[in-house]
Design a protein around this ligand. Structure first.
Ligand SMILES: *Cc1c(COP(=O)(O)O)cnc(C)c1O
Length: 427
């Protein structure tokens, strides 16, 4: 076999057995002039493909691996858990310990319920908000991603303020009608929704929108959402699936001191295993079954192996110094990438700015001195073409970014200064 064609061969084969060859669309490298790499193993900040090529990994499983691959402490705890058994469908201590640890360290939540993904967490949070308020409509922002929940795969419609239509096939018009879409940072649009509709159960937002690039919001906008929901007896949901345990241990809610009624978690909370969670004050949480009338369940929820990965990860990162160091390293990485992008702007076809926030970074085709975008309307129209050029070039150099121009880069504990030196050498 020709050595360099292994990744391509596996991808050809994968396309026979699964749609597009992938189990989640973004992995398909759609729109890129290169095909996906098949990853054989990961260690620290690095991943290795089936051809033996080594990459610095800035995707880190799209965020969960805040300690990098195979953190020794997490691995040790997981092995211990594994040696006892890995699923009972019964009460067990790992899920108790993780719940207790989180509630003890996040003052604005009393209770938490574990599920298996961020999508599931959002689905339950929306049902809970509707169950508590006995109202139906949810306000969602253009440019925020909340997983593949039917009522969240919705885009702005052409009619009145807030009207919406499905952004995927297979979603009923009735479902789409229960979601109102408004632009980020647009207070008037939110006010208009509340004056036009009286059955708004809640507002859901990524407090740090990080799924359409980085669209950082003013804290005052989050405060405004807190006030208007309170005034209208609706609930505020912070989807902290990316920002939770990343922007600070207490997520954006802790960092901004804006306290939502319901929070959703995912990604880091499972330390790389499939875990999501819904959290809130007890008065809200106890509306969930078996105490309350909002039904929710899961055969594998609170799986002890996943709980041990989450617990050991959270214990390591629960330290303000950890976050400060991660942020400093992220700025160094963003600077190095921005410098390289702008030295090569003629080949790439655009100047670039690399925005960073906490341990996330995002290359955007703007002049470095231009303003950071806050809404999707402010994004440059052509992202794919220049992205393809630099993405392919970086991949050749052994630098692996999330394979889509709208995805952010993730920095972990394993991205040490030595790794940053390696990055600078590879650039
Ligand atoms: C990743 C993500 C989700 C979906 O989580 P999955 O585990 O992929 O289902 C939901 N909301 C936000 C903000 C996310 O970043």
């Amino acid at each position: 076999m020709i050595f360099s064609s292994k990744n391509k061969k596996y991808f050809q084969n994968a396309k026979r057995f699964t749609p597009g060859g992938v189990h989640s669309p973004v992995r398909s490298f759609k729109g890129l002039s290169t095909t996906p790499k098949f990853i054989k193993k990961g260690k620290g900040a690095y991943i290795f493909d089936e051809e033996g090529k080594k990459y610095i990994d800035f995707c880190q499983s799209f965020g969960p691996l805040i300690l990098g691959h195979q953190n020794p402490k997490v691995k040790k705890e997981m092995k211990k858990a594994l040696s006892r058994g890995w699923s009972y469908g019964a009460c067990e201590r790992y899920s108790l310990e993780l719940a207790e640890y989180i509630v003890q360290h996040i003052p604005f939540i009393d209770q938490i319920r574990f599920v298996n993904s961020g999508t599931e967490a959002v689905m339950t949070a929306l049902r809970l908000a509707r169950g508590v308020t006995r109202k139906n409509k949810i306000i969602k922002f253009n440019g925020c991603y909340h997983g593949h929940v039917d009522s969240m795969l919705i885009k702005a419609g052409s009619g009145l303020a807030g009207t919406a239509e499905a952004s995927s096939l297979g979603i009923t018009p009735n479902c789409a009608q229960d979601t109102l879409i408004v632009d980020l940072a647009d207070r008037e649009a939110v006010e208009r929704c509340f004056s036009e509709y009286d059955d708004i159960a809640g507002i859901i937002i990524e407090p740090l929108p990080a799924n359409n690039g980085l669209l950082s919001q003013d804290v005052n906008f989050l405060k405004f959402l807190r006030e208007i929901t309170k005034k209208n007896k609706a609930l505020l949901i912070f989807d902290e699936v990316i920002s939770g345990f990343r922007c600070s241990f207490q997520g954006m809610a802790g960092k901004t001191k804006v306290t939502p009624d319901i929070l959703t978690y995912g990604k880091i909370i499972g330390g790389g295993m499939p875990v999501g969670a819904i959290a809130a004050k007890k008065e809200i949480m106890e509306n969930l079954a078996p105490v309350g009338g909002v039904y929710q369940a899961g055969t594998l929820s609170g799986n002890p192996l996943a709980m041990s990965a989450g617990l050991s990860t959270l214990k390591i990162i629960n330290d303000s110094k950890f976050y400060l160091q991660l942020e400093q390293k992220t700025q160094m990485i963003a600077n190095a990438l921005e410098k390289w992008l702008n030295e090569n702007h003629e080949k790439i076809g655009s100047e670039y700015k690399v925005i960073s926030s906490d341990s996330l970074f995002w290359p955007i085709p703007l002049k470095p001195e231009e303003r950071n975008p806050q809404t999707i309307d402010e994004l440059p129209k052509e992202l794919m073409k220049p992205f393809d050029i630099f993405y392919t070039a970086l991949l050749k150099k052994g630098i692996y970014l999330s394979p889509n121009p709208y995805e952010v880069g993730f920095v972990s504990l394993a991205h040490t200064e030595k790794v940053i030196k390696d990055l600078e050498k590879r650039l």
